[in-house]
Design a binder for this molecule. Structure first.
Ligand code: AMO
Length: 445
């Protein structure tokens, strides 16, 4: 056997690597994705961490003889000669003429689903989720979460470029941050504590230290209903920034982050975008309308009768998505000035009309993906609002330290990673965009 010149690792097997190694003997490792037996030879498709590589077995290539134990999903190291050729369209492609296959492990039994198809679309979502550790080996399923990495990476890179500091707040908390009943209670050595609904209390505290902070982390919501857009644990991409002039600063920062993310996906996640046919939106400026104006549009333009004048139902969000597309040719729309009664205790009321708040939601293709706004930074105002909300300020003593000892005007937002991924990919259910979903019926795998 020729000397092994290159040792292509899983992450480096690319067109460029093969081109650089044309005619040389290399070894790659991965899984046998598919075996296609032909007369006198066989195609062996190896799935590495990033690619599928066509390898060809034929007795004339070397002394190596086919091992009958080889099967799909066998974990192997393949050594072979890189050979370039032209495909039917005249494009250069590379394959490996097999000189040897080292078996690293063999499946103990047959697979419960066929994973080497283009996509798993004839398999029920519940089955895909039950079998996540292997169903994700399907190249399309795998691409969903690679693309999701790109979203988080874009969020992180953009905010770091804007002088934000990355933080990690505790997930076992002394109080729920968002109010309402959807908080998980936990027995903590005989004391009642709560799983974090959001990093809200901590990101605000840290504005007093770093001025600009962000966090990408799981949060927990005890959602009692089973819907296509609610999870009991999801990844929240949060930021909080101080010394703002208004909540518009937050919306502008989010617009910048989204532009950066979409551009990153188009350039560095091109393969996943193409494989998944992800519809990456063009973002210029994101239109914004006030909550009450949005209600008017829903009632007058779409003749829809809202059931709740203080919030939107999913149907109303969809109508607003249609409106944004038609009127502004935008996949996004900010809705601002939500009614005070529907927003959490930390939200700043609008001084010109305290029935409403200096807050916003961002809808993406008719689905809420973000809530945010300006926070109360004055100590007395915050204590008063807590009392109005039926809370005991004494229980929030550590949270109120920010306000008591000098807080800048500040605000921030929380962006649901799975919801953003879901609508980028046109998924019908948020679970499709969740690696290991937790919902009312599911805690495994
Ligand atoms: P909010 O509770 O609106 O705001 O959540 C922010 C965003 O998180 C996502 N989200 C969810 N995704 C999946 N399943 C759920 N059960 C779920 N609940 C919420 C949505 C939503 O827009 N502290 C504030 C944010 C802030 O003001 O900074 C908060 O958590 O995409």
């Amino acid at each position: 056997m020729d000397k092994i010149n290159g040792n292509l690792t899983t992450s480096s097997v690319s067109y460029e690597d093969f081109k650089a190694n044309d005619g040389k003997v290399v070894s790659i490792h991965g899984y046998i994705h598919r075996i296609r037996e032909m007369t006198g030879f066989a195609f062996v498709i190896i799935r590495t961490a990033t690619e599928t590589v066509q390898c060809v077995y034929a007795p004339e290539f070397s002394d190596y003889r086919w091992d009958e134990r080889l099967c799909e999903e066998a974990c192997v190291r393949v050594t072979g000669k890189v050979v370039g050729s032209l495909d039917a369209k005249g494009n250069e492609r590379f394959e490996l003429q097999i000189h040897g296959i080292e078996i690293l492990s063999l499946p103990a039994e047959g697979l419960p689903i066929v994973i080497n198809k283009k996509q798993l679309d004839n398999i029920q979502l519940n089955t895909i989720l039950d079998l996540r550790p292997i169903s994700m080996r399907n190249p399309k399923e795998r691409a969903i979460f690679k693309l999701q990495e790109g979203i988080q990476r874009g969020f992180r890179e953009y905010l770091i470029s804007q002088n934000f500091t990355e933080i990690h707040s505790p997930k076992i908390n002394f109080a729920g941050a968002e109010g309402g009943t959807n908080v998980f209670k936990l027995d903590y050595f005989g004391k009642q504590v709560y799983l974090a609904q959001s990093p809200q209390l901590y990101k605000q505290a840290l504005v007093g230290v770093y001025e600009r902070v962000f966090e990408i982390a799981p949060v927990f919501r005890a959602e009692h209903h089973d819907t296509s857009r609610h999870l009991n644990e999801y990844i929240s991409m949060d930021f909080e920034m101080g010394f703002i002039n208004g909540f518009e600063d937050i919306m502008n920062m989010e617009t910048g982050a989204l532009k950066y993310i979409m551009n990153l996906l188009k350039t560095e996640y091109k393969k996943e975008v193409e494989l998944l046919r992800a519809d990456i939106p063009e973002i210029t400026d994101i239109p914004a309308i006030k909550f009450m104006d949005a209600k008017k549009i829903i009632m007058e333009k779409f003749k829809y009768k809202p059931t709740d004048m203080k919030d939107f139902d999913p149907e109303e969000e969809q109508l607003l998505g249609k409106y944004a597309k038609k009127e502004f040719n935008s996949d996004f729309i900010f809705i601002t000035h939500y009614p005070s009664r529907k927003r959490p205790f930390y939200t700043m009321d609008d001084p010109s009309d305290p029935e409403y708040t200096l807050s916003f939601d961002l809808l993406f293709r008719g689905l809420e993906i973000t809530s945010g706004g300006q926070r109360i930074h004055d100590y007395n105002m915050q204590v008063e609002k807590m009392i109005k909300c039926g809370m005991n300020p004494e229980e929030f003593e550590t949270y109120l330290m920010l306000h008591k000892y000098g807080a800048p005007p500040h605000g921030g937002l929380g962006l649901g990673l799975e919801r953003l991924t879901m609508h980028l990919l046109g998924c019908k259910n948020v679970r499709e965009a969740t690696m290991f979903p937790r919902d009312i019926n599911r805690v495994t795998p």
